[in-house]
Design a protein around this ligand. Structure first.
Ligand code: DNO
Length: 375
């Protein structure tokens, strides 16, 4: 198992690579080119420059005696263009052009030494919360999903809300280019069924998996967040059953999961199945996000610290299942709360504060080490 930490890049994150290096146990920086719209090819020089920022130790750090190297083997995410999910030309790009561009990006990432590429297959937009800075009594803040707000809102008002909440930083999955084409997309998704989405998904996998075989790359799909349909658009990577269906679309071991147990568990019916999801699909889990959320009876949920007792996700059972199964993929903590000085002087990217994720890692590694030690 290799522990990672997500980083959005210089000038795009309040955390630095040197901060990440200080966290015990972290070996991998999970990165992306966040300015690239879905469908566009990633340039070789951009890939090389970003990877160098992660892997290289600055002269100043070298002078301090730093020797710990971080690697850049995991990319999150290379976003899938809507034309691929819809199976037709949309936003000015045809499905086959978008797939050709995706393949070029995969080839370049593979040649540069990347091992795992995370992506999602959600229609129109990525993750969704109603309050990115929900205050908790102890002074911390956290991402919050209020069901009644979503039920009462139009997709347009939700978009405006997420953009206003981003603290000036573009949120991944909520890129202006993606949202600019919103009406066209909304129209294009009318009448699209879950079966249609699985059909286009199989077509996509059949096209890209040979490149993964060639370049020793693994693809990991991230579950829908939240894991249920929104505004009538079909989400197909939501439940334990869906994970089985998705994996059956292509038998190559290169096609696997980025199993985010927080997203998966946002559905209260599925949360108790999180450990089973790990055990069932262990050999196809290339990357995993382990975090905790707390459900409220009215359908709301809030993100909490990683400790199992804080919420409804059995983070102990999950890490033990990985350890007992001899998991060799990548792990990262996820979200948690915004704490301490972060909330007042240096607001992080929503869900990506330094402290709760760093503490979360120590908790996850504690369970892992204990399970491995006890054999
Ligand atoms: C949110 C993240 C997602 C995730 C993508 C993967 O914080 O978990 O944006 O990176 O869905 O494609």
């Amino acid at each position: 198992m290799k522990m990672g930490f997500r980083w959005y890049g210089d000038g795009n994150d309040t955390v630095s690579v040197d901060d990440i290096r200080q966290i015990p146990g972290v070996e991998t920086v999970v990165w992306g080119l966040h300015h690239k719209p879905a469908g566009q090819v990633w340039e070789e020089h951009e890939i090389a420059a970003e990877m160098a920022r992660i892997v290289d130790i600055s002269d100043e750090a070298k002078a301090r005696g730093v020797t710990k190297h971080l690697d850049a083997e995991v990319v999150e995410s290379v976003n899938v263009h809507e034309s691929i999910k819809l199976g037709r030309t949309v936003l000015g790009l045809s499905r086959d052009e978008a797939i050709a561009n995706y393949i070029t990006t995969l080839e370049r990432l593979g040649r540069a030494g990347v091992k795992v590429v995370c992506y999602n297959y959600m229609p129109v937009f990525d993750w969704l919360r109603t309050d990115l800075w929900h205050p908790l009594p102890d002074g911390s803040t956290a991402l919050f999903y209020e069901k009644a707000v979503v039920d009462a809102m139009t997709p347009e008002s939700l978009i405006a809300n997420m953009q206003a909440n981003g603290g000036g930083l573009t949120l991944p999955g909520w890129e202006p280019e993606r949202l600019a084409g919103f009406s066209e997309l909304n129209e294009a998704y009318q009448g699209v069924t879950h079966e249609d989405m699985y059909r286009t998904y199989r077509y996509f996998l059949d096209a890209v998996i040979p490149t993964c075989e060639q370049y020793d790359l693994k693809l990991g799909v991230h579950p829908d967040d939240p894991p249920f349909d929104l505004f009538g658009w079909p989400r197909v990577v939501s439940t334990l059953h869906d994970l089985g269906t998705v994996l059956s679309l292509n038998d190559s071991p290169r096609h696997g999961l980025t199993l985010c147990l927080g997203s998966f568990s946002a559905n209260p019916d599925q949360a108790p199945l999180a450990v089973e999801a790990v055990k069932t699909h262990l050999s196809r889990i290339h990357f995993t996000h382990v975090r905790n959320i707390k459900h409220y009876p009215n359908g709301d949920f809030i993100e909490v610290g990683h400790r199992a007792a804080e919420g409804n996700v059995d983070t102990v059972g999950i890490m033990k299942a990985y350890a007992d199964g001899g998991y060799t993929g990548y792990v990262r903590p996820d979200h948690g709360r915004h704490l301490w000085t972060e909330n007042t002087t240096n607001p992080p990217r929503p869900g990506y504060g330094l402290y709760d994720r760093a503490m979360g890692i120590q908790y996850l590694l504690g369970v892992w080490d204990t399970a491995r030690y006890q054999g």
